[in-house]
Write a new protein. Sequence first.
Length: 293
Amino acid sequence: MDKSLSTPDISSRENASTPPNFVSQRNKRRREFETDDMDLAFSSFKEEMKEMIKTLMEGQEIELKKITPTLMEIKETNCNIENSIAFLTAQNDEFKKKIEQIELQSRKDKEYITLLEEKLEDMQRGSRKANIEIKNVPKSNKETKDELINMVMSLAKNIDCKITKTDIRDIYRVQGKKDAKTNTPIIVETSSTILKTDILKLSKTYNYKQKQKLCAKHLGITKNEDTPIYVSEQLTARGSRLFFLARDLAKSKGYKFSWTSYGKVYVRQDEHSPIIAIKSEAQVNNLMQKKSD
């Protein structure tokens, strides 16, 4: 009676009554009708895609058929353009060669023309080497050669130059424009360049020594006797132009001397500078620019 009951085996009892601590997964079985529906939908999608691709390809074929002729035309046009360009290029090369030949021939022609002009200038200077020119002589209505000769004889007497009528090979007044009021020059062809040089030298000396320069009365002219006259050698048209430019150069750029001798034109800056023969207008322009620099 006094003995107590032993402690029951509680843990074993709990283990016996407690369910296991896990849950097993149950595999559900897919319904057959769902699989069929998916297969059907996929098949339908594939068919639609095939139809779309087919339609797209047919459309592309139609477009290609439309574009192909145009592409062929463009290709043919490009070929024609390339052929035209090739032809024009060849033609251009041929034209270049011809132009080069023409330019070469033109340079040769210019050189030959320049050579001919120089020869002609030399001939003209040679034909005038014994000639003098008397400028600004008052003109009478009816001038004869005898009157012109007497003018030269009177001039020679005043400048103390020994001359006879036989020393004058020819004399004439340059023809001017009709109704022109200017006094055209008188050309005197003397018998020699020595006589021509003496007349020019003595005329210059007279103007340098005498207060009154040479004028019409020294030619024996009583009308407008105070009209100044100028005695110089006869220049060619080219020589006259160069002499005009040379005087302008001397005036503008400080050259002290400008003169002519035997038809040629010269300038000199001062007594210690070299003498420069003026041969062309381009040379005068260069001297102008050189002096300016």
